[in-house]
Design a protein around this ligand. Structure first.
Ligand SMILES: NC(=O)c1ccc[n+]([C@@H]2O[C@H](COP(=O)([O-])OP(=O)(O)OC[C@H]3O[C@@H](n4cnc5c(N)ncnc54)[C@H](OP(=O)(O)O)[C@@H]3O)[C@@H](O)[C@H]2O)c1
Length: 296
């Protein structure tokens, strides 16, 4: 079975990817910062690797002979990227450069819809135009991958959600659930649209990419176009929580340091056609996230 490196394995998608690919029988080496935070760490082949340390990355690449590298680690919070541009470039671009030194691997790079501006949902070949530094750094990393690797696949998810076990950071949906359970009033924007992606769908898509060795760029997003407000209300309905606590606001309500697209999201027809990618709809995704069975 192929030997697969997952970087950023302590992160939200990284934990999902590590566990999913392991369950598929791949020989997964998971790397992250600090100690392993994945559940049942004894069962995970985990190594601590600081990806901005070129020598540490080279040492890891020398030690292992990977068939596949999934470069998932990133400084993923747009606000942090805007306020720490050098750190952002080091993590999001330079670490990619170091990992690209691995010879003969299938390089899978996890990118984002933030490489685009307005007028989404976007197809794979739409014109790029990031609105913030996070998006700019991910676009620079994409370009580096395209220039350097002769066998790469770029995967672009959007607004990832899914089950969050112990040690995983909570997602937007978990914030909605916890707030409503505590009877808190919450303000959620309704003038931004996204195509929220269920984490396990990305894992399935990537598993297909590894197995078929398909190269190129693929949007792996959800099939529904929703605003965060729509997502919050649907989540409340499915969890039978009080949706009147959710207040619809515009993005201008929050003084955010970072510009975000109003109309984002990604089109998934290419992945549906070429990878048989078949994501769940948002309601199914919410049920699976919180382990709620469908009403018959
Ligand atoms: N979340 C989304 O909605 C979304 C949407 C589209 C694309 N993406 C992309 O998907 C990928 C995963 O996102 P995520 O939400 O799962 O992010 P996340 O939870 O923040 O995970 C990223 C991981 O990268 C690790 N990392 C950061 N700097 C590192 C370094 N210098 N050396 C080693 N590891 C480092 C972090 O370590 P620590 O945990 O120790 O900080 C973290 O565990 C990212 O590439 C992101 O750009 C995410």
């Amino acid at each position: 079975m192929k030997k697969v490196l997952v970087t950023g394995a302590n992160g939200f998608l990284g934990q999902h990817l590590t566990c999913y690919l392991k369950s598929e029988g791949y020989n997964v080496v998971a790397t992250g910062k600090g100690a392993c935070r994945i559940q049942n760490p004894d069962t995970i082949n985990y190594e601590e690797v600081e990806l901005t340390d070129k020598a540490a990355v080279e040492q890891m690449l020398l030690k292992h002979s990977f068939d596949v590298i999934i470069h998932n680690a990133a400084l993923s919070k747009p606000d942090e990227c805007e306020n720490n541009k050098n750190e952002c470039l080091n993590i999001n671009v330079e670490s990619t450069r170091y990992l690209l030194q691995a010879a003969g691997v299938h390089f899978i790079y996890i990118s984002t819809d933030f490489i685009f501006g307005e007028n989404g949902p976007h197809a794979e070949d739409a014109e790029t135009g990031p609105l913030n530094f996070y998006g700019e750094s991910k676009l620079r990393a994409e370009r580096l991958v395209i220039e350097t690797s002769d066998r790469y696949t770029i995967v672009r998810p959007v607004f990832i959600y899914g089950h969050a076990g112990e040690g995983m950071r909570p997602t937007f949906l978990h914030w909605v659930k916890t707030s409503l359970e505590q009877q808190k009033q919450i303000k959620v924007v309704s003038d931004q649209i996204r195509t929220p992606t269920f984490a396990e769908d990305i894992c399935k898509g990537i598993s297909t990419i590894i197995a078929t060795e398909v190269t190129g760029v693929f949007n792996l997003a959800g099939k529904d176009i929703l605003s965060p407000y729509d997502m919050a209300v649907k989540t409340a309905e499915i969890l039978q929580l009080d949706s009147s606590l959710i207040h619809e606001v515009t993005a201008e309500t929050f003084a955010e340091p970072v510009r975000r697209a109003k109309r984002s999201g990604l089109k998934i027809e290419k992945a549906q056609r070429q990878l048989n990618y078949s994501p769940v709809n948002f309601e199914e995704g919410v049920r699976l996230t919180f382990g709620i069975s469908a009403v018959k």
